[in-house]
Design a protein around this ligand. Structure first.
Ligand SMILES: C[S@@+](CC[C@H](N)C(=O)[O-])C[C@H]1O[C@@H](n2cnc3c(N)ncnc32)[C@H](O)[C@@H]1O
Length: 211
């Protein structure tokens, strides 16, 4: 089966037997993981329409007895084990934080958030995870950073949170994020010293220190 580069990247990061795919929508990730990585998946979504299409797709591949489905908000009513992987992909950081906050979680969590990656990294570290891997991809003109968090501690500085300690070493990402920050810098009024200083520091860090 063909899945998007983004979903394939997520699938490649999975190395546990059981996966809880939160916000599964069409269920393609679950189908791929079941067929090609022999995973046992729980596909969950808050939307009954999304779940309808997920169940139709699961049926097309005859996997009804292999993939469990549940309509629920986040991970409510799902018994998570430490050895599982939780995947959350295609939502914003605020929703992701709402889903994960104050819950029993697995030791491995893979997230592809649509926005606010600094806030996401800070939150995940604050609840006891470190950044195990970060992969940048560009698909259909959209830039994605997929982050794998694992239970444990590591110290990070502000640049790590803002830029990603692993992904910033990827030259393609570096090129993209540098031009992104330069675009922002060019739009800041010259009287706004604080903001100019902030962005100049980040650009300087990317250009000189993030090797
Ligand atoms: C853009 S789709 C992403 C689908 C898939 N995960 C992917 O990455 O291709 C977002 C999905 O998340 C679901 N969703 C949004 N908020 C949710 C929540 N609080 N709990 C569970 N699912 C949620 C939506 O119904 C939708 O199906």
């Amino acid at each position: 089966m063909n899945i998007s580069k983004r979903l394939k990247t997520i699938a490649d990061l999975v190395d546990t037997k059981r996966v809880i795919d939160v916000g599964c929508d069409h269920g393609y990730l679950d189908i791929y993981l079941t067929l090609y990585k022999n995973c046992s998946c729980i596909a969950s979504d808050i939307s009954s329409n999304a779940m309808k299409s997920c169940i139709e797709n699961i049926s097309k591949y005859n996997l009804n007895d292999k993939i469990q489905t549940i309509i629920t908000d986040g991970i409510n009513n799902i018994k998570i084990k430490k050895e599982d992987t939780i995947v959350i992909s295609g939502m914003g950081t605020n929703t992701i934080i709402d889903i994960l906050n104050n819950k029993e979680l697995s030791d491995t969590i893979i997230i592809s958030s649509n926005n606010h990656l600094e806030e996401l990294r800070r939150f995940m570290v604050s609840i006891g995870y470190y950044i195990n891997n970060e992969v940048y991809i560009l698909e259909h003109g959209i830039h994605y950073v997929i982050i794998k968090f694992i239970k444990g501690n590591k110290l990070y500085n502000d640049y790590d949170y803002i830029l990603g300690p692993i992904v910033i070493k990827d030259n393609n990402y570096k090129k993209y994020i540098l031009s992104h920050y330069k675009d922002i810098l060019n739009k800041i009024p010259s009287k706004n010293d604080g903001l100019l200083n902030y962005y100049n520091k980040i650009i300087n860090y990317i250009e000189t220190e993030s090797i």
